[in-house]
Ligand binder design. Structure first.
Ligand code: SAM
Length: 274
């Protein structure tokens, strides 16, 4: 097999085909990420070359859907990067407390752990009842799991420890009920979360948002697409609104950097200037 010989232009042709047939646009994702995922799928499915794979994608919707799953990395956890959540409590919650109603957008929420973490934080700070959390992703399978809010018991230990490191005020077990295999998040955390399918590349802005979290998503985009999505966030935020990125993402290299103040440089928390 000649996977190493697959050229960037052949990969681009496959991405063009996916875009025209299914409307998912990966053409400006980071080339390294896309190449790794496509080569991996070619090996698993034992294709001779990329044109064989292209024809399979165009003629087999089930295969296409599996490939879309490959291209969307949904790794996440509750209170991922506890120090970031500590900073949210200290630097962002006081800002949110000044608003009568709060709109929060989790862009690229995967299976929902990030949105549930936020719901817990807001409940503890007495803000949940005046908040709507919009949790979006373009991966419908991940969104369905998010909406169910059912997670494996194997994850509880790590999530409890993350929660405690953020300065959590309760027992983490008060936020779910469990059976022998899984735990399910309380309805009181779910009731103000709106789960929606939204593609950051092709869909439009969310109006008048107070806080956006888009963590560990832009890392998969090339610089040009990162800039486009940063414009989407800028247009969605109210003046004084807050944008949170992942630990390996930054606004510094974006055209919009001057339009924000850094609230926490290390934790990548930025406030849109008035
Ligand atoms: C690694 S997960 C990050 C989850 C969570 N934000 C976190 O930090 O734990 C990346 C998510 O971004 C989503 N994603 C990738 N491209 C997207 C796009 N164009 N529009 C919306 N979501 C996208 C993927 O489906 C995946 O669920």
């Amino acid at each position: 097999m000649q996977y190493q010989e697959t050229s960037d232009s052949e990969i681009l042709l496959l991405l063009e085909a996916i875009y025209h047939e299914y409307g998912y646009d990966f053409r400006e994702y980071s080339q390294g990420h896309i190449r790794r995922r496509i080569m991996n799928r070619m090996a698993v499915s034992k294709f001779e070359d990329i044109s064989e794979m292209k024809s399979k994608v165009l003629n087999d919707k089930i295969f296409a859907s599996a490939l879309l799953q490959d291209l969307s990395i949904t790794v996440t956890e509750m209170f991922r990067d506890p120090v970031f959540y500590k900073s949210l409590r200290e630097n962002v919650i006081p800002i949110l407390k000044t608003y009568p109603f709060i709109k929060i957008w989790h862009a690229g929420c995967a299976t929902g752990e990030e949105a549930y973490s936020m719901a817990i934080l807001l409940q503890e700070e007495g803000l949940y009842d005046r908040t709507t959390i919009y949790a979006t992703d373009f991966n419908q399978m991940a969104l369905n799991r998010a909406k169910d809010g059912i997670f494996s018991n194997k994850l509880i230990k790590g999530y409890t420890s993350n929660y405690q490191l953020t300065g959590g005020k309760e027992s983490f077990s008060s936020y779910y009920t469990s059976d022998c295999d899984n735990f399910i998040m309380n309805y009181s955390l779910k009731k103000n979360i709106v789960w929606a399918n939204h593609n950051l590349v092709t869909d439009s802005v969310f109006a008048e948002v107070n806080l956006i979290l888009c963590r560990n998503v832009l890392i998969y985009f090339d610089k040009n697409l990162q800039n486009k999505v940063q414009n989407l966030f800028y247009d969605s935020l109210i003046n004084g609104g807050v944008l949170c990125l992942g630990s390996q993402e930054n606004l510094r290299f974006s055209d919009l950097y001057e339009q924000y103040i850094e609230l926490d440089t290390k934790e990548r928390i930025f406030k849109k200037k008035y």
